[in-house]
Ligand binder design. Structure first.
Ligand code: C5P
Length: 331
């Protein structure tokens, strides 16, 4: 190992899942993407990423935990390449390119689930690689790298609840969440393709009808000015239908509709869909109450009283929304 490598230490990042509390599709762009108005919140459910500089020229990735597909296709590699290209010779060992990194990813967020786990891993990779290399990029350059990697990636660079607009590159932090609302996630074992859901959305209507956009605007305003966990939970009925992709996802995965209804009956709570799905959510005043909900769901599945679509049992997880004030606690 060279001296410059020896000086660099491994870095660890948590890559949180996200939930869309609202998702309004407000238009179709010339580039084929859709303009959104969506309230994104990060969750305590997170993947864990570590990056260690190594000699040689090849980045490596070792994945543990949930199935994340073939490692060679993992967005972590694209994120490392994009970050290295953006840094160029601008690191302490430059003008040589920034060194190869050995990445370890402990996958806790189900993939293709509407929770943006892969996008979060990509954002954590960019941020962690810069630290591992002792390099810096200004906000504009970091945002460009993130947006290039995927529409959901810029949100994770900001940290905390945010109003996300445009294709996903306009991220306005919302600082007004008080408390730590609990969230129960139920993810059927079905990979949902986001491009397929948007294609069906286009086929059935050219844009949302405006009601979701209005709910999204109201929530963003409340989360800007101040909203307690209890008041967020009180809005769950409105939020559960504030997703313009719901009809399209229901056509792509028809079995999700009766399952969502059964879950709502079982828990006596409104059930929402995150992003393009198939993750379903219920809101609670606290994580411990969400955990009690998770027990109810697991027990119902165990006794055959609730059957989820998919070839295996669903992922059932109690987690919580991370507000801005709780950010920044690295392990
Ligand atoms: O940017 P990303 O690769 O994550 O997006 C996946 C797909 O989701 C895109 O190919 C596009 O079909 C759809 N999408 C969209 N409008 C957005 C975000 C995603 O149409 N704002």
């Amino acid at each position: 190992m060279t001296d410059s490598l020896r000086r660099l230490s491994p870095v660890v990042r948590l890559a949180p899942a996200k939930l869309n509390l609202t998702l309004a599709v407000v238009g179709r762009r010339d580039d084929g993407y859709h303009s959104l108005h969506s309230v994104f919140v990060p969750l305590t459910l997170a993947d864990r990423l570590s990056l260690a500089p190594v000699s040689g020229h090849r980045d490596t990735l070792h994945v543990t935990g949930l199935d994340a597909g073939p490692p060679a296709d993992n967005l972590v590699f694209s994120a490392l390449a994009a970050a290295r290209a953006a840094v160029g010779g601008g690191w302490p060992g430059g003008p040589a390119p920034a060194p190869a990194l050995a990445a370890r990813l402990d996958k806790q967020i189900p993939v293709a689930a509407g929770l943006a786990g892969g996008s979060s891993d990509a954002a954590a990779t960019v941020d962690g690689a810069l630290e591992a290399w002792g390099a810096e990029l200004d906000d504009h350059a970091r945002l460009a790298v993130a947006a290039h990697l995927g529409s959901d990636v810029p949100f994770f660079l900001a940290g905390g609840p945010a109003l996300v607009e445009g294709r996903g590159e306009q991220v306005a932090p919302l600082h007004g969440l008080h408390g730590t609302p609990g969230v129960l996630l139920v993810t059927p074992d079905i990979a949902v393709s986001t491009p397929e859901v948007f294609a069906v959305f286009d086929a059935i209507r050219s844009h949302g009808d405006g009601a979701v956009r209005m709910s999204s605007g109201h929530l963003a305003e409340e989360l800007r000015s101040g909203l307690t966990a209890a008041n967020l939970v009180a809005r769950a009925g409105v939020l559960a239908s504030a997703n313009d992709l719901l009809p399209a996802t229901s056509l792509v995965v028809p079995a999700l509709v009766p399952f969502k209804r059964a879950l709502s009956r079982l828990l006596q709570r409104p059930i929402g869909l995150s992003g393009s799905g198939p993750t379903l959510w219920a809101l609670y005043p606290s994580e411990s109450e969400a955990a009690a909900g998770a027990d109810v769901v697991r027990a119902a599945i165990g006794r055959g009283g609730l059957t989820a679509p998919g070839s295996a049992e669903p992922f059932v997880c109690a987690t919580a929304i991370v507000g801005h004030s709780q950010q920044g606690s690295e392990p």
